[in-house]
Ligand binder design. Structure first.
Ligand code: SF4
Ligand code: SF4
Length: 271
């Protein structure tokens, strides 16, 4: 063994530390939010944000109330770019995932909201008993997406993100998997294969909607799912560290609250 190899073995590892992640992407867009606390008195007649949104993720309910579905938001930034009153801004926040679909929907009243802390569902508690120590094996099902999620999943196994080092392993057969991770809006042709993969898995098991299309259908209608997903990850596609953090959260290895962390981010921007 040469000097270079010995130096490498002794040097500090360079992979990501998932206990110290940043919820904000410094190089790209994240989800939008009303940063100006007093929503414009013109919102009801304007509605430019909701009209331009390709995934219908925004609903202007009144001059003071606006609702976002961050599960379908693809983080394109068109709503904040078009807002004539500079109310909406890109927050850069990309850690968009919850165990309950409804928790990805937020109603802002005069630019504010009260975060919701949902109970951990019983099936997730059983899944955590199985995986919190030994880790998780998953089978991926590409259910009519655009392959971007698969590109990021591939990247999650590189030296930096080190999925396997974080006890998240991909397996070939659903018979050997603890979870199904699916991407895409689940077209008619993919409903059957997704159901088959799900049916041949042993209990306890988890279904993971990976990306905005899997969570909401995106610009397409969402197909029939074999079960209500146990984890919903937003983003089109989510970054590798977002996926691994979401899996760690599902396994009970890491505490996280999407709504609380988003509120902190919004307060930071307002300072
Ligand atoms: S999808 Fe685009 S336009 Fe719609 S809410 Fe998200 S960032 Fe805004
Ligand atoms: S684009 Fe801006 S001003 Fe217009 S409805 Fe949306 S938040 Fe209100």
């Amino acid at each position: 063994m040469g000097f270079v190899e010995i130096k490498k073995i002794l040097s500090k590892h360079q992979s990501m530390d998932f206990e110290k992640v940043s919820f904000v992407n410094p190089n790209a867009r994240g989800i939008p939010a009303p940063i100006n606390e007093s929503l414009s008195g013109k919102c009801e007649t304007c509605k430019k944000c909701s009209t331009i949104c390709p995934t219908k993720s925004i609903e202007v309910l009144s001059n003071k109330e606006i609702q976002f579905d961050y599960g379908s938001c693809i983080q394109c930034g068109m709503c904040s770019d078009i807002c004539p009153e500079n109310i909406l801004q890109d927050t850069g926040f990309v850690y968009v995932f919850t165990l309950i679909r409804q928790d990805l929907k937020i109603n802002f009243t005069s630019g504010n909201f009260v975060p919701v802390e949902s109970e951990i569902p019983e099936n997730v508690k059983k899944f955590q008993k199985l995986t919190s120590k030994k880790g998780m094996k998953y089978r991926e099902v590409a259910a009519a997406g655009n392959n971007s999620v698969e590109c990021e999943l591939n990247a999650s196994f590189n030296n930096f993100f080190d999925s396997e080092g974080n006890q998240v392993v991909s397996v070939a057969s659903p018979k050997h998997a603890d979870a199904i991770v699916y991407s895409g809006p689940v077209s008619k042709n993919m409903e059957g294969p997704l159901q088959t993969a799900w049916d041949c898995m042993p209990e306890p098991k988890a279904l993971i909607a990976n990306g905005s299309e899997a969570t909401s259908g995106g610009i397409y209608p969402l197909g029939k799912l074999p079960s209500e997903p146990d984890l919903f990850i937003g983003g089109d596609p989510p970054r590798p560290d977002v996926m691994i953090s979401a899996f760690r959260y599902l396994m009970g290895k890491w505490n996280f609250s999407f709504q609380n962390e988003l509120l902190k981010r919004i307060k930071d921007i307002r300072k």
